[in-house]
Design a binder for this molecule. Structure first.
Ligand code: BT5
Length: 279
């Protein structure tokens, strides 16, 4: 029997939120195309830093490069408008602020064994539980005018019921990991608080510290990986994520490559037992 997923309570999202900058204005609706699109629209109209858009379901949730993000009821789908004055090379690193906030919230609240995967994923035992979509808009001075940080977290989602075939084996949720539903509003408040703390630290010169902490959860580092981008596929050892946030790959031919965009999957081609399988 399928149990009904409880609706989000707009009042409870704000209640007890202990932040100074983020979440002073929270806009909630049951169904929207994409909370990132909604936030972007508001940012263009002049919405202030910290405004959050959140929805129960998204009809056109987006990942990077226009990929689809499935957003059934029970998940936490929200976006935050930030207005830092940053060069593009700095603004791209806000994705690590988002991932680390998720990692810390999932560890503190539920003690989950979370991992980070370059550049924008949060994983549990090799399955994706959360993706971050950080989109910067540049002003005339080539500094960021606003950055939208979108967080998609499979919270009270029943993966077997909701996701189809291939994704089912690559995705997880808090509900499936814990075997129970969690209170979405509590998770939201914790996440927004973590985001604010890390964001303020980032603005105060803490970017290297944040990246180093993010790397502590990056279990793919030191492993043989496959990196797929629009233009190519590379295989090699993931040796580091450098201070710019680029992945440093030691290729099988001995050379080194810095990769600035792509998807990482663990490559088991060197392991005979799991030959050819990617996770
Ligand atoms: C991401 O993209 O991982 C970023 C996802 C960001 C979603 C949030 S939700 C709130 C805000 N509003 C939006 O419209 N977006 C943001 P990427 O690395 O490109 O990964 C996309 C891939 O993840 C897809 O191609 C699928 O393979 C997989 N995927 C789709 N839905 C998923 C889900 N709910 N959980 C885990 N994986 C999913």
């Amino acid at each position: 029997m399928t149990r009904q997923v409880r609706s989000l309570s707009a009042d409870k999202l704000q209640e007890g939120l202990q932040t100074k900058r983020l979440g002073k204005s929270i806009l909630f609706c049951r169904k929207v195309n994409s909370t990132n699109e909604w936030a972007k629209h508001l940012a263009k109209l002049g919405a202030s830093e910290g405004t959050i858009t959140i929805a129960e379901t998204q009809t056109s949730g987006r990942g990077r490069l226009g990929r689809k993000w499935l957003s059934p009821k029970g998940g936490l789908w929200f976006s935050v408008i930030l207005r830092p004055r940053l060069k593009p090379s700095e603004a791209v690193k806000l994705v690590f602020v988002g991932s680390l906030a998720v990692v810390e919230a999932l560890r503190d609240l539920y003690d989950l064994p979370v991992e980070t995967r370059w550049p924008n994923d949060v994983m549990i035992r090799g399955r994706k539980i959360c993706g971050i979509l950080s989109e910067a808009n540049l002003s005339n001075s080539s500094e960021s005018d606003y950055v939208i940080v979108g967080i998609g977290l499979n919270a009270n989602v029943n993966v077997k019921e909701v996701f189809l075939k291939e994704l089912k084996t690559r995705v997880t949720s808090i509900r499936d990991e814990l075997g129970r539903r969690i209170e979405l509003e509590e998770l939201f408040r914790c996440l927004v608080k973590k985001l604010e703390t890390l964001y303020l630290s980032f603005l105060n010169g803490g970017s290297a510290m944040i990246l180093n902490t993010w790397k502590r959860y990056a279990t793919f580092l030191g492993k043989h990986v496959k990196v797929s981008s629009l233009s190519e596929e590379l295989m090699g050892l993931a040796s580091d994520v450098d201070e710019e946030g680029a992945l440093v790959l030691k290729l099988d031919d001995g050379s080194t490559r810095r990769v600035t965009a792509g998807n990482v999957s663990l490559s088991f081609t060197l392991n005979r037992a799991t030959k050819g399988r990617n996770v």
